[in-house]
Write a protein of this length. Structure first.
Length: 119
């Protein structure tokens, strides 16, 4: 199954290009004019499109509101620094893990020195 990603508007648009260069299907919230839409609307769009959602929004780390088994995948970046070069550096490391760790129906909470994966 091909991994498809949706990048939140709170992340650099460059992540879409990085994913595409790695041969993944990727688009941003901005591409679909979903900027400013409610979290639940974005979550439901990701469900319909079977896309893994990548965000800085910690609300998506709440498994009661967003049970991982109901989504293709949720990746929440919980970083102390959120400047573009730093996010791109962390994401480059994550990219290498995609083929090795379960993403589908899982929540990844990504911090600087660890990744928690919940199903």
């Amino acid at each position: 199954m091909e991994m498809k990603f949706k990048i939140d508007e709170n992340l650099p648009i460059d992540l879409v290009e990085i994913l595409k260069e790695a041969k993944y299907d990727a688009m941003s919230i901005i591409d679909q004019n979903l900027s400013g839409k409610a979290d639940i609307h974005i979550a439901s769009t990701c469900q319909k499109e079977k896309r893994i959602f990548v965000t800085l929004d910690m609300d998506f780390a709440d498994i009661r509101s967003y049970p991982p088994d109901q989504y293709s995948g949720l990746i929440v970046l919980r970083l102390k620094r959120q400047d573009k070069p730093y996010i791109l550096k962390i994401f480059a490391h994550l990219l290498r893990l995609f083929p090795k760790k379960p993403i589908y129906h899982h929540l990844w909470i990504v911090e600087e020195n660890k990744i928690r994966i919940r199903s």
